[in-house]
Structure formats: structure tokens, C-alpha cells
Ligand binder design. Structure first.
Ligand code: FAD
Length: 560
């Protein structure tokens, strides 16, 4: 297992003077940054935010069009590799994760999606009180500053810009029209009463700049004197004293630190790093700890289990108009023009997302809530954007992923040394139902792509290729090419059964003073991109920690 980069010398926002705080948060990503912002709004408490990466300030983060570069660069990306995945022809999958203040919101695709209302209702039905859609909708709204204004579904006063970003690619509007021609509903707001249908997405992009949580939640409060942000500082262990999480052992530029929490420690390292840190601290399944000679401090068999991500298949075509994003000579020329537009007034394709449209459809008519999500991409985006030969073609593609897969993987330690990456088994397509649903999804995509509105844009099918038509051929294609959507969740899941790691107040079972707020607490994956849900979890966690009354439940029109 590769060793991740060792911390560089301290270049953080602040030098530590006092190593004791009321609250210590580990990980400045989508959830952790929100918790830090909300808790430090109370000037009577002190907050430390520990982040293994840098301060997250870079044009690579701020320019939306730089998204693709993170596939090859490691400055803001942990760039893990999974273990070989049996269900996908034993392939190793690239597992990007954001590094630095902003976390994965600094390198993500910026699509703003919450998932289906029924996802959260399901969490509540599993026994997690306070997590139904009516309960969490007020937190989504509190976070949000939607450019369309406020409504029953949307906030307009929050820190997080959510905007319409008109696309420069004409083929995107043609894709939406084709989806409707294929019989899908048009949908102008996937975060409103209905998730179903096809349409253009909204984005966490603000005036041509990425609106990750660094820009939205941290930059505006950086001067708070009660908030200390320790960058390039890796948490290596949670120390327990008499059943209570008392301090975080960390390392910054080779120097060991102990950061003590007078009140609570909140883990927000994300779905791979949070279970890793728990296990390094002796909190987890006894057998997994024993493999690495780590003494059990607190047996919690569910730590690292229940890893879920969205398995994703790419359907690609040659572009007849050659007007998409491409690294072919003509595409590069276009890119130069885009660069000029971006530098002049932050407009053009570099100010936009590479997945402007998509939608939610059903793999089969008996499915109640759409179980497939589409991402239409005006380029040939393959192998997580690392396939340069694909990008050098004039092509377009539509990715389809399974929104609620049945297959479940795990995260374990690869080493007792915190500098090593965790072992990640995505275990995608373990359940044959997942493969069948993706094959149906692929056929739905083909159906959309042959509609009249796209006739002038779509040429020969590159992937899977028209020669592949039977179930067996398409199943083999899915297994041989399926990737994932970088949405790992569930590895420290919420619940009250023996495999649950946190309770519905996000407290780690059996340990005082320790909570988790990040993607790992999701009991089931949400039917959509996961950033908004992580931000919501951070918003709600802050109220749980501070003891603020929960925001009043929201009445809304019942829908999917
Ligand atoms: C390439 C990519 C594209 C995506 N596209 C979208 C999209 O378009 N829309 C969407 O909604 N979602 C998208 N996502 C998913 C979404 O961004 C994540 O689900 C979300 O950001 C996860 O938030 P988190 O709080 O769980 O963890 P993260 O945001 O990953 O934050 C974890 C933080 O903890 C830090 N950390 C880890 N270990 C330690 C340690 N030991 N000590 C100190 N700090 C530590 C990390 O460096 C990181 O900053 C994408 C993700 C990726 C990677």
C-alpha cells in the first residue's frame, strides 16, 4: 500500500499558542469546515480545526475548469487507490479525496444535489430520529444561498452559493430535449419537490469561482480569534481517558503535538480517513486491529464496514460538431479562447462545470424512486479524467450511475503507521442486481442519445460500441469498465444496532466526548452527489454539539 505524503513544515493560518481548546475538529472538509464555522460563532468557546493538507488556497481550487487537473495532481488530492475489486474484473479503482482546507469540496464537480426525500426518511425509519427529510430540510436551507431566491425548498441567506451556471455547450440543451423526447420528465429543480426527470444542474459556483466550503465557510471567518486552524497537521490518534476522548495526537512538520479538547472531539476526516483514524486509535473491530498489533481500546465491529459508493458506467460517442471540450488541436485552440475569457471576466467554459446536465430516471418501471443518475459530459471523460487519449478525441459522453447500490465494501488499515493510505475495498457489483440495473441504465442512455434533438451532435458510439447488444455482452462491458462516482459513505454509520458506530446525535457508541460528522455516518447512500448532504450533516452536528434546539421540522409537499 503506498505511503501518503508526509507532512510538510507548518505553513498554517495560525501558530499554536495554547494547545487546549473547547472543541477539536479533525478534518476541514465539507462537514468539518461547517462545524468549525458554526461552533466558533460563539465567542465564548475556543475551536481548533486540524487539517492534514494545506490551506486550500490555489487557482487549482478556485477555477471551476481546473477540475480535471486534480486527477493527475496530488497537491489537493490524497489520490488513493482501491484494492482490486472482484466485481469489476479485479481492477484497482482511483479514489480521489480532497486534501487541505475545503476537503473534497475543493476538487469535486460542484454539482449541487441533495438526494431524494425518501433517502432521509429511510434513515429515520432505520431508527435515526431527527434525520427524516422534514428534519434535515431546514439544515439544507440554512446552508444555502440559492441564486433563485428562497422558497419552501431553498434558502437564500446561507453561506453556500448555489447557482445556475448557463452552459456554453449547445449540446447540453439538446441533451435535455432528447431526454424529454425519450419520455423522461423535464425537471428544472432536482432539489425541489421532484428529483425525477432530466435537466440542467445547479452548482456551488459563485461568479466564476468554485464555492467550496473553504470559500463559503472558512474564508469569511478566518479572523475569528477563537478559531485556530492547524494546517499540514495530521491527526494520528484519538487519546481516550476513562472512556472519554480527551485529546488528539497529531504531527505537524515532523513535530508531535497533543491537542486537548475540554468539551468534545469531532471527527470529519471523510469516509476513508475517519474509520482509519478510529482504528489507529484502537477503536474498531478487534480482528482488524490485531492484524496490525493495535491494542483494542474500544471494540466497535462496524468501524470501516458498510462502504457504499455509486458505481458509474460511461456511454461515449463521437461528436459530429467537434464543439465539446477536447485536447485535440481544435479543442486546444478553443481552450485558449476560454482562458482569455476567464482571465478577462471569469466567464466562458473554464467558469463552468464539465457535467452541466443530467437527471434521475428509473432502471425499471416497478422502481418507486429513481435509482439511476445521469451526468451528461461534453467530452470523453473516462478513467476518472486520466485517459488522455479519450480527452484528445472530439467526443461526448453520458455517465449513468446506480443511485442506491446493494453492494457494500469496507475500509481497513493497511498499516499501523498513520502515514500509509487505508486499505479500500469498494466491492462494487458484488450484487448481481446492481449489474442488471446498470445494464438497463445503459440502454436508457442509448435511447436518449438516438433522439432527434441530438441527431446533429451524436456520431458513432465509442463505448460500449454498437456491436454489444445482448444482456451478457453489456453485463461484461459493465463489469470491465465500471468506475465509481467518488461518493464513498457509510463507514461509521449511524444507528443503534451492534454494527452502528454513532447514534442519531452523531456520538460514537460507548465513548464520551467523541462525535463524527462527515460522509461516513450516512447509514445508506443518498440518491445523488454527496457534498450537499455532508454540508447538511455538518450544519446539524454543530447544533447537536452546542445544544441548540433543532431547527423546526419543515412541512413540504410530499414527493420522491
Ligand atoms: C473528484 C470528486 C468529484 C466529486 N463531485 C461531486 C459533485 O459534483 N457534487 C457533490 O455533491 N459531491 C461530489 N463529490 C463528493 C463530495 O465532494 C464529498 O462527498 C464530500 O466533499 C465529502 O465530505 P466529507 O466532509 O465527508 O470529507 P472531505 O470533504 O473529504 O474532508 C475530509 C478532510 O479531512 C482531512 N483529513 C483526513 N485525514 C485527516 C487526518 N488524519 N488529520 C487531519 N485531517 C485529515 C482531509 O485532508 C480532508 O480535508 C465529489 C468528490 C470527488 C473526490
Amino acid at each position: 500500500m503506498p505511503r501518503q505524503s508526509v507532512s510538510t513544515p507548518h505553513r498554517g493560518y495560525a501558530r499554536v499558542k495554547v494547545m487546549e481548546f473547547d472543541y477539536v475538529i479533525v478534518g476541514a472538509g465539507s462537514a468539518g469546515s461547517v462545524v468549525a464555522n458554526r461552533l466558533s460563532a460563539d465567542p465564548s468557546v475556543t475551536v481548533a480545526l486540524i487539517e492534514a493538507g494545506g490551506n486550500g488556497r490555489s487557482w487549482l481550487v478556485d477555477v471551476p475548469g481546473a477540475f480535471g487537473l486534480h486527477a493527475s495532481l496530488k497537491s489537493h488530492n490524497w489520490a488513493y487507490d482501491s484494492l482490486p475489486c472482484p466485481g469489476t474484473a479485479n481492477r484497482v479503482h482511483f479514489c480521489p479525496r480532497g486534501k487541505g482546507v475545503g476537503g473534497s469540496s475543493s476538487i469535486n464537480g460542484m454539482i449541487y444535489i441533495r438526494g431524494a426525500a425518501s433517502d432521509y426518511d429511510h434513515w429515520a425509519q432505520l431508527g435515526n430520529r431527527g434525520w427524516s427529510y422534514a428534519d434535515v430540510l431546514p439544515y439544507f436551507r440554512r446552508a444555502e444561498a440559492n441564486s433563485r431566491g428562497g422558497s419552501a425548498y431553498h434558502g437564500n441567506m446561507g453561506p453556500l452559493p448555489v447557482t445556475d451556471v448557463p452552459t456554453d455547450y449547445a449540446m447540453v440543451r439538446a441533451f435535455v430535449a432528447a431526454g424529454v423526447e425519450a419520455g423522461h420528465l423535464p425537471n428544472a429543480d432536482f432539489n425541489g419537490p421532484e428529483t425525477e426527470g432530466v435537466g440542467e444542474y445547479q452548482f456551488t459556483i459563485n461568479n466564476g469561482r468554485r464555492a467550496g466550503v473553504r470559500a463559503a465557510y472558512i474564508d469569511p471567518i478566518i479572523s475569528r480569534s477563537n478559531l485556530t486552524i492547524l494546517t499540514n497537521c495530521r491527526a494520528t490518534r484519538i487519546n481516550l481517558r476513562e472512556g472519554r476522548a480527551s485529546s488528539v495526537a497529531a504531527e505537524q512538520g515532523g513535530v508531535p503535538l497533543t491537542v486537548t479538547a475540554r468539551r468534545e472531539i469531532i471527527l470529519s476526516g471523510g469516509a476513508y480517513a475517519t474509520p482509519q483514524l478510529l482504528m489507529l486509535s484502537g477503536i474498531g473491530p478487534g480482528d482488524a486491529l490485531a492484524e496490525h498489533g493495535i491494542a483494542v481500546q474500544h471494540e466497535l465491529p462496524g468501524v470501516g464496514r458498510n462502504l457504499i459508493d455509486h458505481p458509474d458506467v460511461n456511454v461515449a460517442y463521437r461528436s459530429l460538431l467537434k464543439d465539446g471540450f477536447s485536447l485535440a488541436p481544435r479543442g486546444l485552440l478553443h481552450l485558449l479562447g476560454d482562458l482569455g475569457r476567464y482571465v478577462r471576466n471569469r466567464s466562458g467554459r473554464l467558469a463552468q462545470s464539465l457535467a452541466p446536465a443530467g437527471g434521475f430516471i428509473r432502471s425499471a418501471s416497478h422502481i418507486d424512486v429513481p435509482d439511476l443518475q445521469l451526468h451528461f459530459v461534453p467530452t470523453f471523460y473516462d478513467d476518472y479524467g486520466r485517459a488522455m487519449r479519450a480527452l484528445a478525441q472530439h467526443a461526448l459522453s453520458c455517465h449513468v450511475y446506480l443511485a442506491r447500490p446493494k453492494s457494500v465494501g469496507w475500509v481497513r488499515l493497511a498499516s499501523a503507521d498513520p502515514r500509509y493510505a487505508p486499505a479500500i475495498q469498494l466491492n462494487m457489483l458484488d450484487d448481481p442486481d446492481d449489474v442488471r440495473a446498470l445494464v438497463n441504465g445503459l440502454r436508457h442512455v442509448r435511447d436518449i442519445m438516438r433522439q432527434p434533438s441530438l441527431a446533429g451532435y451524436v456520431g458513432e458510439e465509442i463505448l460500449p460500441g454498437m456491436a454489444l447488444t445482448s444482456d451478457a455482452e453489456l453485463e461484461a462491458f459493465v463489469r470491465n469498465t465500471c468506475q465509481h462516482a467518488y461518493h464513498p459513505v457509510g463507514t461509521a454509520r449511524m444507528g443503534s444496532d451492534p454494527m452502528a458506530v454513532v447514534d442519531s446525535n452523531l456520538r460514537v457508541h460507548g465513548i464520551d466526548g467523541l462525535r463524527i460528522a462527515d460522509a461516513s455516518v450516512m447509514p445508506m447512500i443518498v440518491s445523488g452527489n454527496t457534498n450537499a448532504a455532508c454540508i447538511m450533516i455538518g450544519e446539524k452536528c454543530a447544533d447537536l454539539v452546542s445544544g441548540a434546539a433543532a431547527l423546526p421540522r419543515e412541512e413540504f409537499e410530499a414527493a420522491v
